[in-house]
Write a new protein. Sequence first.
Lengths: 432, 432
Amino acid sequence: LESGAMVRGRRMLNGLSPAEIAHLLESSPPRFRDVLWKMVDVDVEGEVIGELGYELQAHYLSQMDAAEVASITEGLADDDLADILQQLPDTITQEVLDAMDHQDRARLEQVMNYPEDVAGGLMSTDTITIRARITLDVVLRYLRRHAEIPKMTDNLIVVNRSDQFIGLLPLRTLLVADPTASVREMMITDIDPIPVDMQDAEVARLFERNDWVSAPVVDESGRLLGRITIDDVVDVIREDADHSFMSMAGLDEDEDTFAPISRAAPRRAIWLGINLVTAFIAAATINLFEDTIAKVVALAVLMPIVSSMGGIAGTQTLTVLVRGIAIGQVGRNNQVWLLNRELIMGALNGLLWAAVVAVAASLWFDDWAIGAIIAAAMVINLITAAFTGAALPLLLTRADIDPALAGGVILTTVTDVVGFASFLGLASVFYA
Amino acid sequence: LESGAMVRGRRMLNGLSPAEIAHLLESSPPRFRDVLWKMVDVDVEGEVIGELGYELQAHYLSQMDAAEVASITEGLADDDLADILQQLPDTITQEVLDAMDHQDRARLEQVMNYPEDVAGGLMSTDTITIRARITLDVVLRYLRRHAEIPKMTDNLIVVNRSDQFIGLLPLRTLLVADPTASVREMMITDIDPIPVDMQDAEVARLFERNDWVSAPVVDESGRLLGRITIDDVVDVIREDADHSFMSMAGLDEDEDTFAPISRAAPRRAIWLGINLVTAFIAAATINLFEDTIAKVVALAVLMPIVSSMGGIAGTQTLTVLVRGIAIGQVGRNNQVWLLNRELIMGALNGLLWAAVVAVAASLWFDDWAIGAIIAAAMVINLITAAFTGAALPLLLTRADIDPALAGGVILTTVTDVVGFASFLGLASVFYA
């Protein structure tokens, strides 16, 4: 009975597409995941691994030897295979390459020459190229000699004698245009091919803006190297968007949702440790005003309001800037305007909520002075928060530091210290 | 000279693609944006508007009358036009529809019947349908009668006599297969068409998993209504991913980065107001222990460490859960495992950092009692944070409340209150 259920389960599992199997693995706790993985048919293992996130990919690949990797990855697209190989130790990568036939290896080594985050790392080499002088009729007959046209082929790529890109012939043109016309007459020439070293985020932006399904990739001399297809661009878009979200909490965009404690806990611990340092800096600031707090305990009650409002306001500004930078909207020529707007909004919202807090605090502690002090501190801290939230991502980006990851920690340190120092500082002057 | 520069600027601007013009508008402060907008050629205005974010779309459309909207939107794809019309006041929408020819209007009204966030709202009706019994040769000749094949057409859609979906004929098959074969022999039948009421996030998941360029949309009876193309799906993916990121800071995913103060400040103010309420709840908690703080001022110095560490740990858990729910990895059958893992990690990290903080606090204030008290409070708060961070998004999602928007505010209220109460409460027992 047990084995009957297993057989049915195995059949159901392998009836799913590789992407669906990958999703199921990623949605399962580790122990159940390992049971599922053992049930996956060997001949789809490669494709399933290609669909997994990096963390799980690395996990399963680390359990295989070179021969197994070579056998399960047979038939994968170059770019997917290159991604996988780049995660293996060098010796295993070399063994896998040695096990491949000469032509496959040459193509793959070309893709592996490029880092994963540039156009070259996204491209595959399965292009169909044609020459400009032939007629569409000849193109149609040439295509019929193929057993298969690669997936996501919306254009044939027109190259010259030196293999340089000169234009695109869309299949939708080929199917309706006069067959006696030449490729040269019907091809599109007003698109720029993608340079092989273009950053992947920029490639994604081009695809989004131009609604491309695929695009040719060239080297500096204009020679065609391969093409990028929308499915890989969608992954880039998803990862880039996830990156900002996950980084703000000190997490990696490839984070395995169901990572076992042994893998997840140490990473969480490091983030808590970094934040503990900033918490101690805030505590040290409060400690400077110990005597004043001892005299007026209401200060201890109210001080978290000043710091937390600063943190919230600053995080809003930081979030707008981080997103704006990530999607390429914020640059040199508009950042001053943005900084100004944030400062004015910080001041306006500071004044508004300072007034509310002042009245509330005064009534609560029956002391108009404490209301005035907290109001002043709120305005100071909200303007500081706006400035820090806006300037920090611009400075961090210029210094090549990820603003989504480092921004939040630095920002809250600033708003905590300024919040506590301004409130308790003003109070210590007044109540001295 | 001034006008010469204007002419050159206008020519450069209109040499860009509509998507590039839209990006430029979105990357510009309001005053410069309005100058640019006036320079955009009338005949691309519609396409540019179609590429803008909702906030800017609504801004420019509100300045037009029905005749202008009708004239600039001529030639837009149904789904883009429907998105635009759905933002206009009903009377103007009706006027625009009246100004269209009968066939266009009928098609458009069909798309507008569906909410924007389901498959029906994403689809366009520009499909090419064929019948199963004809040969590929007939299909090829039929296509040649078209002046143009719609963009992003990778498949022809095979329907029966009642217009019901029965399969897809990929262009890549049509171009290589034997022309005497019938459509029935060569079509793909193992893909399920998209039900018109499917949620857009689910549609995006199907596209991602199956690497589709386009997919057919059907009603309950299987009748073909239209098709969805990858360019619109990319927008959904981008917006969904942005949604989580922006919501955590109380911002909208359509937020215009360069919104003028008059539009941006009120929204920011509301978020600050909501958070002010939670800050006062935290302050009220501290106030309960006023006497203890007056006796031992070191408590005021150390208490933000307990609350902020709880907030950081809880935010990490919340972020993992919100992302897992958004991409469909977290559901009924694995949420208990996740909750357990987070609780164990919360306890482990609580113990680790409690030990560190205990030693640091004891040495700082030369008082081992305060070290023991803060350690106990840290463990309590980090376990609470883990539980709240994991359970909250699950509960909010079940109650149909957006966990990315409401989760953070509720979480920090809990970690602040529990952090202050446990630390000061234990202290007041000890130092009583």
